[in-house]
Design a protein around this ligand. Structure first.
Ligand SMILES: *Cc1c(COP(=O)(O)O)cnc(C)c1O
Length: 344
């Protein structure tokens, strides 16, 4: 008998909705490298409008969108300020150094929010020895800090420092819609404080593929050339933009459900032997908790959960579980039950 899993590894595991599949089948398409795909053009128009920026670029992945952003804002001998657990620094196969030839400057933070004073102190005065600081990268929500929401005030303060020193600011907004739904701050208010941002269609928003990079018109024209250089120019890709449009227009409001379930999961396992979590710290769809048990390593715990049909990931000496469209209340209850049985 095959096991049916409740898959909490990531919100990237969501499958497209029936409506998305239908939209894919029926999408109007053209050669997007020639600018001829009406569905891609519509997605890029909607993304720019939603974020209050001039232009947008549909990219195959968030990693490529972030890589293009770093490349379009930096040059040789330069440095980029990042938060020390940032996805762009830790989880994107070193494109900063590999593709852009810049050094990352990781800073400590309070759950993903860097202290503006630390950012100011990290800006280098260039001389013959040191790189020039030219870019700051923010991440909201912050994946490796358990989906934490960065306060808008933190954006504003870092924007101020950036302006003082002539730096650009890029936002890795893979889950910016989760941040907005959780905080009530419109996405364009976050976007206003940055020069560029990218957001993912293929995570909780449930589209099968794609991210969108948003910035001023001239930068996006350059970004389009960079995307081609990286092999990201795609042809009749309206078939992927079509579910992306549904992701943006119909999948945002339901994110609140994921946040409620993530908190319920955290509450359900808090206090069990070995589980170290404050349920109040869970703000969006990601639950990351320390696991320190005398008889079970993290890997052993994840193995035992898998035997009970629950999939989770090991991260930072702990465990990561994410709620999304394809797990419901029953899956959450099943996960809590599995934890209680294993740790009884
Ligand atoms: C998922 C993610 C990305 C991009 O990931 P891809 O898998 O390349 O689409 C970027 N930043 C954060 C914070 C992410 O969670």
């Amino acid at each position: 008998m095959t096991m049916v899993y409740s898959d909490f590894r990531s919100d990237t595991v969501t499958r497209p909705t029936e409506k998305m599949r239908k939209a894919m089948a029926e999408a109007l398409v053209g050669d997007d490298v020639h600018g001829d795909d009406p569905t891609v053009n519509e997605l890029e128009r909607l993304a720019a409008e939603t974020m209050g920026k001039e232009a947008a670029l549909f990219c195959p992945s968030g990693t490529m969108a972030n890589a293009i952003a770093v490349k379009m804002w930096t040059g040789p001998l330069e440095e980029v300020i990042v938060e020390e657990r940032a996805h762009i620094y830790n989880m994107e196969s070193t494109h900063m150094t590999f593709l852009s030839g810049v050094t990352p400057r990781p800073l400590r933070s309070n759950r993903g929010a860097m202290d503006p004073a630390d950012v100011a102190a990290a800006v280098r005065k260039p001389n013959v020895h040191t790189p020039r600081t030219t870019l700051v990268c923010l991440e909201n929500t912050h994946n490796n800090w358990g989906g934490s929401v960065l306060p808008l005030d933190n954006f504003k303060a870092i924007r101020g420092i950036a302006d003082e020193h002539g730096l650009k600011v890029h936002l890795d907004g893979a889950r910016i819609f989760n941040a907005s739904v959780a905080s009530g701050v419109p996405v364009r208010d976050y976007a206003r404080e940055v020069d560029s941002l990218q957001f993912c269609l293929s995570k909780a928003l449930s589209a099968p593929v794609g991210s969108v990079l948003v910035a001023g018109r001239e930068r996006i024209e350059f970004a389009r050339r960079l995307r081609k250089a990286l092999g990201g120019g795609m042809r009749q890709v309206g078939v992927l933009a079509a579910p992306g449009l549904i992701a943006m227009t119909e999948m945002v409001d339901r994110l609140a459900e994921d946040h409620v379930r993530a908190k319920a999961l955290a509450r359900g396992i808090a206090g069990l032997p070995g589980v170290k979590i404050d349920p109040e710290s869970v703000e969006t769809d990601i639950v990351i908790f320390g696991f320190d048990h005398p008889a079970l390593t993290v890997e052993a715990m994840i193995g035992k959960m898998k035997e009970k049909g629950i999939l989770a990931l090991a991260i930072y000496g702990g465990i990561r579980m994410v709620t999304h469209k394809d797990v419901d209340d029953e899956d959450v209850e099943r996960a809590i039950r599995a934890f209680r049985e294993i740790l009884a």
